[in-house]
Design a protein around this ligand. Structure first.
Ligand SMILES: Cc1ncc(COP(=O)(O)O)c(C=O)c1O
Length: 458
């Protein structure tokens, strides 16, 4: 007997994260699925195919990627089963994949693209700069203009230092807080994400408290051993969770009382809900701020900065060591400067209006919805979500089903409930209304069928 052309795999074993697709074809020896996946799939038969069978371009690329990248990707959230769609073009609010499918994009590079993809002025600005040389190992004029503009609209940033990524910014902000105070420990919020470095993870120097819980924070800080409290003023990496009334002011007061620096990580929220800082709009002045994403206009750029007396510790003004080959990269600075220049003249009321439309549509599902200007989240619960403990209590098998249905409909949202859905100025009211009506209807169906299933099983 000839060996089969394809093994037919059932997805039942992982059906909780699947919908709308009941089987997957895998060529024997093909590398398009990770071996860990093939173990979770159940082979259910063999198929002899006559003629030519072609895998999609995304499948083929992922097969090759699996041989060279851990898990086939360069950042974990980019993977979703059975393989991610490879994107080749972005224009305004749309993405197109390598197989020619078009998507309304609500991932937007996980936040930077507040103007949408390939904004003409931004693309021209970075081309113009790149033609004159990529990197000089010396200061370049636009970095001064960009810092002046950011400082003008974010008064807490009395002095700042550009770096290449949000992870770098928060890492150096926390190192600087430790250097400045002489204390050794950091407090962060459960569900807060500040990049991938050890100061972002529970360790012997990092402790966590619940977001929106001022009592827990006071219990920690009262021992006066913490150099800093780092907080996203609204959580953006646990889904979107806004602060409760007066919470941020109370955090500020506790930091003052117990001598800890307040580090506001505004990598997501900076310039997102207004032209400036989220914390300042809430009436809070941080000691140190981190920015990223939007300030680079889609290119790698971030910063940490804040109180003059703290920032003067940084070399060469002071003794705190921090340096970077790609710090204030001229092409990133050009993209950031043009983005902020355009954004400064935009009416954030329009972005707020789009977000209100999205939230209103999602609310028709009966599920928990949170939103602010340019950001929205849907949680598969009818209860309230005010901290990460609420998020963890939710059935996490449901959101991937929603993601899958949206993707097949040509709507690209993050594959995880713990990421924020972003909206840009390039989206139109009609597309937001249509897309979020669809998402709401699917979410309601998924939630209802889950409850029906649990009734049958009980
Ligand atoms: C709030 C926050 N801080 C820091 C980071 C890390 O930024 P980057 O991915 O540029 O290193 C992120 C990334 O999503 C973030 O959301």
């Amino acid at each position: 007997m000839r060996s089969p052309n394809f093994i037919f795999y059932s997805l039942d074993a992982i059906s909780d994260s699947w919908i709308g697709q009941s089987a997957y074809l895998l060529c024997p020896g093909d590398r398009c699925l990770r071996s860990s996946h093939t173990q979770t799939f159940k082979p259910i038969g063999y198929l002899e195919l006559q003629g030519v069978w072609s895998l999609s371009r995304s499948q083929r690329l992922f097969g090759r990627a699996n041989a060279v990248f851990p898990g086939g990707v360069n950042s974990p959230v980019r993977y979703y089963p059975p393989y991610p769609r490879y994107m080749r073009r972005g224009e305004g609010p749309y993405l197109q994949d390598v197989d020619g499918r078009k998507y309304a994009d609500y991932v937007l590079g996980y936040g930077p693209l507040i103007l949408g993809h390939s904004e003409g002025g931004v693309v021209n600005a970075l081309h113009r700069v790149a033609r004159n040389g990529m990197i000089f190992g010396a200061p370049a004029p636009d970095e001064v203009a960009l810092a002046e503009m950011i400082g003008k609209y974010c008064p807490s940033l009395e002095r700042m230092r550009f770096v290449a990524s949000g992870s770098e910014a928060t890492m150096h902000a926390l190192r600087l807080a430790i250097h400045h105070t002489g204390r050794k420990k950091i407090v962060k919020m459960e569900g807060g994400y500040h990049g991938t470095h050890t100061l972002n993870y529970r360790s012997d120097i990092v402790d966590e408290v619940g977001f929106n819980s001022i009592n827990e924070l006071e219990r920690k800080l009262s021992g006066k051993e913490y150099a800093a409290v780092i907080i996203e003023p609204a959580l953006g990496n646990a889904g979107f969770i806004p602060p409760e009334k007066d919470y941020l002011q109370s955090v500020r007061e506790l930091c003052n009382r117990y001598g800890s620096l307040l580090v506001c990580d505004e990598v997501i929220t900076g310039f997102r809900t207004r032209f400036g800082l989220y914390s300042e709009a809430a009436g809070v002045e941080p000691d140190i701020v981190t920015l990223g994403k939007i300030i680079g206009g889609g290119m790698p750029l971030a910063l940490y900065g804040g109180r003059d007396d703290v920032m003067r510790d940084v070399k060469p003004a002071g003794s705190f060591p921090q340096a970077g080959t790609y710090a204030a990269h001229p092409v990133s600075v050009a993209a950031g400067l043009k983005t902020l220049d355009i954004l400064r003249r935009k009416d954030y009321g329009y972005l707020r209006h789009l977000s209100e439309i999205a939230a209103e549509k999602l609310l028709s599902s009966g599920l928990c919805v949170t939103s602010d200007t340019g950001m929205v989240s849907l949680f598969f619960t009818r209860g309230k979500v005010t901290d990460y403990r609420d998020v963890r209590a939710i059935d996490h098998s449901l959101f991937p089903k929603l993601f899958r249905l949206a993707l097949d409909e040509g709507i690209f949202i993050p594959p995880s409930q713990e990421e924020t859905i972003f909206i840009s100025f390039s989206h139109t009211q009609k597309m937001v209304s249509d897309n979020f009506s669809f998402i709401a209807e699917m979410a309601e169906n998924i939630y209802r069928s889950r409850r029906d299933r649990s009734l049958i099983n009980s």
